[in-house]
Design a protein around this ligand. Structure first.
Ligand code: HGY
Ligand code: MN
Ligand code: MN
Length: 416
């Protein structure tokens, strides 16, 4: 058996797999558009399954399309050590968000095969359905079902803006599996991910020890006014839904700024009807989301939004309905898993420091059902959810080596 310090993944092989997967849904600007449950998602899943089978794994798929590629341990009765993330991307996503965590977990299995290493616990690579929450909101839907945050029926009924449901699309691409969702013991869960922010790159640190992820609240806002003629309706008699949306967008941003430096507030989607140049819009739809590490701050942001909406409705004579579509508090990760990651970074001679995740991840829900933690590596310019998202081969290799050692710490290598 190689010395522990010689246990290593094959960084070139991992980078090649990332670039191969990035071809599925590749965009002209160098990004990826492989949205959840599209034909491109199916192609990505098929390629992932082919690679896992080639690495000797057996694959199980659950009823919400989560995929689990299993490498047996010497004691099949022990709960698996799981590592993974997601393959779905934003419409203008990149090559690394989510994919890194899935393919680095595959590389861990490939490396163990190369080194002919056995572990007591089975190892499972997890690929979670619909992490992004872009086509189908909210995000992290399927890891949420696995952790009991959502029911399977609720998740299958979620519809995209074209009216297609998760259930219909899962069935259509052939990835509604037979396995029950969750309800089984997992020994530990690790997720490797790019930071998607600027901290690690700017301070020159190799590894982020992700101690927690901040809380989030997502909203859908419907604004109703009155369609009317742009030329003959005096200014003071208008019920302009688009103006109401504009006031809300500016107000949401102010709510976020009041909560700096940790607070985040974003309006990402707006639609307006009838969207005719010379008609005062009678209807508008807006999404908004707040994030903060502190639950009380999130509640005060929520209250400020309700007050803002009431003021805008009264001033402009509009109807404003706010629907909260998801919320979860800040999620701390498991100390034992975090210690395993720190030890792994040390063993690999890598610099590291604690960091809180601004983004949500499947590990946030997995932390509700098993000891979980995340590993961050830098990304170029801290850019993500952007076709320019980029990373460096050495960073990817560093992260996957830390994942390897952290997983082995929990899976227990069998010697002799
Ligand atoms: O929105 C997020 O934080 C993640 O990309 N789902
Ligand atoms: Mn992600
Ligand atoms: Mn993302």
């Amino acid at each position: 058996m190689p010395q522990s310090s010689n246990l290593a993944i094959d960084g070139a092989r991992l980078w090649d797999s990332l670039m191969e997967m990035a071809k599925i849904g590749a965009t002209p600007k160098g990004g990826c558009n492989r949205q959840a449950l599209t034909d491109l998602d199916r192609q990505g899943r098929d390629l992932f399954a082919t690679w896992c089978k080639a690495a000797g794994c057996t694959i199980k798929i659950d009823k919400i399309g989560n995929m689990f590629a299993r490498r047996e341990g010497t004691d099949p009765n022990l709960p698996p050590v799981m590592a993974g993330s997601h393959l779905d991307t934003q419409p203008t996503g990149g090559k690394f968000d989510g994919v890194l965590g899935v393919l680095a977990a595959l590389e861990v299995v490939r490396a163990l095969n190369d080194m002919d290493l056995k572990t007591r616990h089975p190892i499972e690579i997890a690929m979670w359905t619909n992490e992004e929450g872009s086509r189908f909101a909210p995000s992290m839907t399927a890891s949420g079902v696995f952790a009991g945050a959502f029911t399977l029926d609720f998740a299958r009924a979620i519809r995209d803006f074209d009216g297609k449901s998760i259930g219909e699309e899962l069935d259509r691409i052939g990835y509604a599996g037979p396995e029950p969702v969750g309800g089984r013991p997992i020994h530990a869960f690790f997720e490797l991910h790019i930071e998607q922010g600027p901290i690690l790159e700017e301070d020159g640190t190799d590894i982020g020890i992700v101690t927690a992820a901040q809380g989030q609240r997502w909203y859908e806002i419907n604004i109703t006014g009155q369609d009317s003629h742009a030329g003959s309706t005096p200014m003071e008699r208008r019920k302009d839904a688009l103006l109401g949306a504009a006031r809300l967008i500016d107000g949401v941003n102010r709510i976020g700024r009041m909560m700096m430096p940790e607070g985040r507030a974003t309006c990402g989607v707006i639609t307006v009807a009838p969207a005719s140049r010379n008609v005062i819009p009678g209807a508008a739809f807006l999404t908004a989301e707040f994030r903060h590490p502190d639950e009380r701050s999130l509640s005060s942001m929520d209250k400020n939004l309700a007050n803002l909406a009431a003021d805008v409705a009264r001033e402009l004579g509009l109807g404003i309905e706010i629907k909260q579509i998801t919320q979860f508090p800040a999620q701390p990760f498991d100390q034992g898993c975090l210690d395993a990651i720190r030890a792994a970074a040390k063993k690999n001679g890598l610099s590291y420091h604690d960091i809180i995740s601004g983004a949500g991840h499947d590990a946030v829900y997995m932390a509700r059902v098993c000891p979980s933690a995340m590993i961050f590596i830098p990304c170029v310019g801290g850019i993500s959810h952007n076709e320019a998202e980029d990373c460096k081969p050495q960073w990817v290799t560093n992260g996957a080596n830390v994942l390897l050692h952290a997983v082995l710490e929990k899976a227990e290598v069998v010697t002799g």
